[in-house]
Design a binder for this molecule. Structure first.
Ligand SMILES: [Zn+2]
Length: 217
């Protein structure tokens, strides 16, 4: 899981919200505005075009708006910019199987047990294996939330394990040929932590960084 640092609420959304007055419009009615499309671009940019939960590559056609606190249990958060992120899998009526991330989470929410991608240390809750598994940290204060989040979002399903393993293997293959020293490994990690020239993070960058930091330093 990679921390998403929210920027200020975009003016287009603020202005639209003011125009609505005291009532909270439906999400469907928001869909008829240009503001919604603009918002998606802003959110995708903000999180570097990777899923807020699993880290897979996303773009306009294969993602959906995700309410961190579900609008289904609290409509006041429906247009709260600081609650809006983007998850993998498109805006389908019926999510494709296997279901994971935002669609799997659905209306589940537990402030203490759902690890938030919006807190800076969210990465510390998880470990990864070279086989592509995501595992809870051993740290007592974080372990239960990590376990619950992995389960409720289906983050350890075989599909995601395979994708993570492929991403790890692709990086490790590059390391095999040369004998990288510590500084070079640190530079590779730094690259994974930064946006590339297209403003995108490498898919599963949090996983790869974990593997490099824990097995190669
Ligand atoms: Zn995802």
């Amino acid at each position: 899981m990679k921390y998403i640092q929210k920027s200020a609420e975009p003016n287009s959304l603020s202005t639209w919200k003011i125009k609505q007055g005291a009532k909270i419009p439906t999400w469907k009615s928001f869909g008829r505005t240009v503001v919604k499309g603009q918002l998606l671009e802003i959110l995708l940019k903000e999180q570097g075009y990777i899923c807020c939960y699993c880290g897979v590559a996303i773009d306009k056609g294969n993602c959906h708006y995700e309410h961190f606190k579900p609008q289904g249990i609290d409509e006041t958060v429906r247009f709260d910019y600081f609650n809006l992120i983007v998850s993998c899998e498109g805006e389908d009526d019926k999510p494709r199987v296997p279901v994971h991330c935002g669609y799997q989470k659905d209306n589940w929410y537990d402030k203490k047990l759902l690890v938030s991608t919006l807190i800076a240390n969210c990465g510390e809750f998880f470990k990864y294996s070279a086989a592509g598994e995501i595992l809870p940290t051993e740290e007592t204060s974080k372990k239960v939330a990590a376990e619950t989040t992995i389960e409720k979002l289906a983050l350890n399903i075989p599909k995601l394990q395979r994708m993570r393993k492929a991403a790890i293997d692709a990086e490790l293959e590059l390391l095999v040929d040369e004998d990288f020293n510590e500084e070079e490994i640190r530079n590779i990690i730094k690259d994974y932590l930064e946006l590339n020239d297209d403003g995108k993070y490498q898919p599963f960058c949090a996983t790869i960084v974990y593997i490099l930091e824990n097995y190669y330093l």
